[in-house]
Ligand binder design. Structure first.
Ligand code: GLA
Length: 722
């Protein structure tokens, strides 16, 4: 509900209110649990209480939703605009506020949230610069998440240079703030870090053209000791982003979320419009509640299309099994074994095209290597289907190898600079998606592969960032728009193809990609212990169905740790599930174990992929990790516990479930595992969520000695007793 009256705009979500005083520079009077309409708001807000002096402090101490260079702010600001006549000053003035049923749709190919019920538009003007600003806040039924964006229009006569345009500014006031950022690197993505912001500012940003594994755009702000609650924020964008936590000693915390202004200099010609991506944010009483809201929002208002609510197939991917070294026989042997084990989809990863037997060549030459595949791509895909599996394929469309027919024919497609050798990373160069010719080539190349093979799944990889940078200051933004245009065209052309995005694992795991690709490969690291951390971090901001998770080989090629089949299964079943190992090398017992796993996963797939996820123990807080996913009607659930450490004579682990209906009687059963004690008992939801559950003996000497140092896991199903 959005209401505008008595000079205030009141934005209500299901459980929160954001109240804005509509003056020249709108002030946030309140952001917290939902409040009534008829109140005297004159005592709300920060006001200045007369303490402002002539010094270098901010000249306005109120909590704002907009700020700009030269407006009197002595801190990080939302907008930096430079005019042709050399001014970097902007003092926008509110000139209108309007509540609408629908937010204005994006003109450029930026993806956005959908399904909003209402939107508040604030209009500002800066006459001297000739700039019009439209700021938009949208609300969604049943959710506390809001979406915010800005649109800049050059209403003047000369070019404006956009040096910074953040999507959201949220001033949250004075408090003892702690920022939670999700940081990492390839093979250790999205680890939550807590940083008290006690002075100055902290920024979580990316710089190489991808949202990155270094700092994810999803962030949380928590007021540690007071009742300020928690604010979580994310950005629907896949390029360089920046999340700024700026603490002013006088005015408190400012959260800014948007495109990174690193090397940004966007020329806005008279009459033109620049659109920011949407930031989405939520205010909740706890971190858990904020994360729950964000997952539900992504599932309902970001994921879209055919696969949104469809159960995702169990796949087997050839990469960890064979890398580049395979032939038709090897692959089909794998497929036959996989089909017998209940796997549904085979994904032919890197190495199937051109002369690609290592990473030194052929990117861009998306024609099958018929020697390796024993014939055309079509006939190979048909052979896979004849084994009883669907066919999926890997591509890395944004890249070109120097040693490729594409580069020889079209060197101008690559992102290069005159007089300078392009930087090669993993022996590949980035294609310049800002160019229309490159975009139409890419759409044609990917379409041809899908059409020829009949693929129902495409793994869209991207294994490096952008480092050959022209002076223009528009490259990163326009590259991202170019990528979105290509993805938009392809996903509309092939609406039933399941696209899974990947970038050296999880180097582009964000809400922008999720608007096109319903799944993202979380990490190249499939080691159980590492994955527990990566997945726990990822699931703070993203739903399970969006997170690719596979059973890999043991010992793991990244960590060399060993873990049991059961453990690898338990860990991977937290996401969109598959296998990534050479199952032709397994003995019959292990293949039967896989059959039992796929049977189990299929039976529980809906609740695993689409149920409400609750973390029950954190691997970042102790020696155990755990989660439970509960069906929407709370009639069934699946839970997992993982012990990551063992100490002699340690206090025995006791679990507590969450999310169950307190008044429902449930039967809890362990999933049969090789070394686990089978348990089965009944209890009411309230007891299961509040008691200390001794879930059988979690220590089996044989399992521990075989997989020394590894993770021990158990899984449980929980069903309403009829
Ligand atoms: C990246 C991906 C892997 C695999 C390889 C293939 O590293 O993350 O999963 O597809 O590329 O080269």
């Amino acid at each position: 509900m959005i209401s505008i009256k008595n000079g205030t705009a009141k934005i209500d979500t299901a459980n929160t209110t954001l109240l804005l005083k509509l003056e020249n520079r709108p002030e946030i009077l309140y952001y917290g649990p939902r409040i009534r309409d008829e109140e005297d708001f004159s005592f709300f807000g920060s006001g200045t209480d007369g303490q402002l002096t002539t010094s270098a402090d901010d000249i306005f101490c109120g909590a704002c939703v907009i700020s700009s260079g030269g407006d009197g702010s002595n801190r990080e600001t939302m907008l930096h605009i430079v005019t042709e006549d050399g001014a970097a000053t902007l003092r926008p003035v509110l000139c209108g506020a309007e509540a609408k049923r629908r937010k204005p749709s994006m003109r450029c190919p930026l993806p956005a949230s959908y399904g909003e019920t209402e939107c508040l538009i604030l209009r500002y003007k800066d006459e001297p610069a000739g700039l019009e600003i439209e700021q938009c806040f949208s609300v969604f039924a049943g959710s506390d998440v809001m979406a915010a964006s800005v649109r800049l229009r050059n209403a003047g006569k000369s070019v404006l240079h956009i040096r910074r345009c953040m999507s959201l500014q949220l001033d949250l006031g004075v408090g003892d703030w702690e920022a939670v950022t999700f940081d990492g690197a390839s093979t250790r993505e999205r680890v939550p870090h807590r940083t008290p912001v006690e002075g100055g500012s902290l920024s979580a940003a990316s710089f190489a053209g991808l949202s990155s594994n270094v700092h994810n755009p999803f962030v949380i702000l928590r007021e540690k000791s007071r009742r300020g609650g928690v604010v979580a924020c994310n950005l629907i964008y896949s390029g360089n982003h920046r999340q700024i936590f700026d603490l002013s000693p006088l005015c408190g915390m400012r959260l800014l979320s948007g495109i990174n202004d690193y090397l940004l200099d966007y020329s806005l010609a008279p009459g033109e419009v620049f659109e920011s991506p949407e930031a989405v944010f939520v205010r909740a009483e706890s971190e858990d509640a904020a994360c729950m809201q964000m997952r539900a929002f992504a599932a309902e208002h970001i994921l879209r299309g055919w696969w949104k609510n469809r159960e995702r197939p169990i796949l087997i991917n050839s990469w960890e099994s064979f890398l580049f070294s395979f032939d038709k026989q090897k692959l089909l042997r794998l497929c036959r074994r996989a089909a017998a084990a209940g796997i549904e989809l085979f994904v032919l990863d890197d190495g199937w095209f051109g002369e690609r037997n290592s990473d030194c060549c052929s990117l861009g030459d998306w024609k099958a290597n018929e020697r390796k595949l024993g014939g055309s791509l079509r006939s190979f895909a048909d052979d896979v289907r004849a084994c009883g599996l669907q066919f999926g394929i890997w591509m890395e469309p944004e890249m070109v190898s120097r040693n490729s027919d594409l580069f020889r024919a079209h060197p101008e497609y690559a992102l290069t600079l005159p007089g300078r050798e392009p930087m090669e990373i993993r022996r590949q160069i980035v294609l310049d998606l800002t160019k229309p010719a490159v975009r139409s080539w890419m759409i044609g190349a990917v379409s041809a592969v899908i059409e020829e093979s009949g693929a129902v799944y495409v793994k869209w990889d991207c294994n490096r960032g952008l480092f050959d940078l022209p002076a223009s200051g528009e490259l990163f933004y326009r590259y991202t728009l170019g990528l979105y245009e290509v993805l938009d065209t392809l996903t509309k052309k092939f609406p039933q193809v399941l696209f899974e995005s990947c970038a050296s694992g999880g180097n582009r795991f964000d809400l922008g990609m999720l608007c096109f690709t319903p799944q993202i490969w979380a990490s190249d690291n499939t080691d159980a212990r590492s994955r527990l951390a990566i997945q726990e971090g990822t699931l703070c901001g993203y739903p399970q169905s969006a997170m690719g998770a596979h059973v890999g080989t043991s010992p793991n090629p990244h960590t060399f740790d060993r873990s049991s089949m059961d453990t690898r299964f338990t860990v991977a079943s937290a996401g969109a599930f598959g296998y990534e190992l050479d199952i032709t090398e397994l003995d019959d017992a292990q293949c039967e174990a896989i059959r039992a796993q796929t049977d189990f996963y299929k039976k529980w797939r809906k609740v695993l992929q689409f149920g409400d996820y609750y973390r029950t123990d954190s691997v970042f807080e102790g020696e155990a990790g755990g989660w439970i996913v509960v069906s929407k009607d709370k009639s069934e659930a699946v839970a997992s516990v993982a012990l990551t450490g063992r100490r002699s004579n340690a206090i025995p682990f006791r679990a507590r479930f969450r999310g169950l209906d307190p008044d429902t009687l449930y039967r809890v059963r362990s999933r049969p595992q090789k070394w686990a004690e089978d348990i089965s008992f009944t209890a009411y939801g309230d007891a299961l969520c509040n008691g200390n559950l001794r879930l059988g003996c979690l220590f089996n000497a044989e399992e521990v000695s075989r997989f020394s140092g590894a993770v021990i896991t158990r899984m449980f199903t929980i069903e309403r007793v009829k």
